[in-house]
Design a binder for this molecule. Structure first.
Ligand code: DGP
Length: 114
């Protein structure tokens, strides 16, 4: 989508600190990190919210979690622990309407989340 900031990052029209990419996803550092490690995994396919995921996306969503698994190991946060989050719509604070999995780690997390 032409006015989507994450589509622009995927197309390299605006810069981001990319840590991983393949033919299905791009992962980059969050511009406003909430933890020492804060990475977003974004599918190349523009899907506005997780409510827009369909059966056709099953493999893609599984792939996103495999990439999260590998990034957590590569960033050294797999043993200490980390959090994965998909925010959906207003009450969850979704700000960018192109789904993205947050990977947060490198500090102790509170529960319940704020
Ligand atoms: P969410 O609230 O789940 O929609 O999170 C959106 C995240 O995206 C937020 O943590 C900040 C991040 N973000 C927004 N714009 C940019 C950008 O232009 N570059 C990068 N790297 N991150 C961005």
């Amino acid at each position: 989508m032409s006015d989507c900031i994450f589509c622009k990052i995927i197309k390299k029209e605006i810069p981001a600190k990319i840590v991983y990419e393949d033919d299905k996803v791009v992962a980059f550092e969050d511009v406003n990190p909430q933890a020492p490690v804060h990475i977003l995994i974004v599918p190349i396919k523009h899907i506005p919210t997780i409510l827009d995921i369909t059966q056709d996306d099953n493999a893609l969503i599984g792939h996103i979690f495999m990439v999260a698994n590998n990034i957590a190991k590569n960033k050294g946060i797999s043993g200490s622990g980390f959090r994965t989050v998909f925010n959906c719509n207003k009450d969850a604070g979704q700000a960018v309407y192109h789904i993205h999995l947050h990977i947060l780690g490198g500090r102790r997390m509170a529960w319940p989340p704020g």
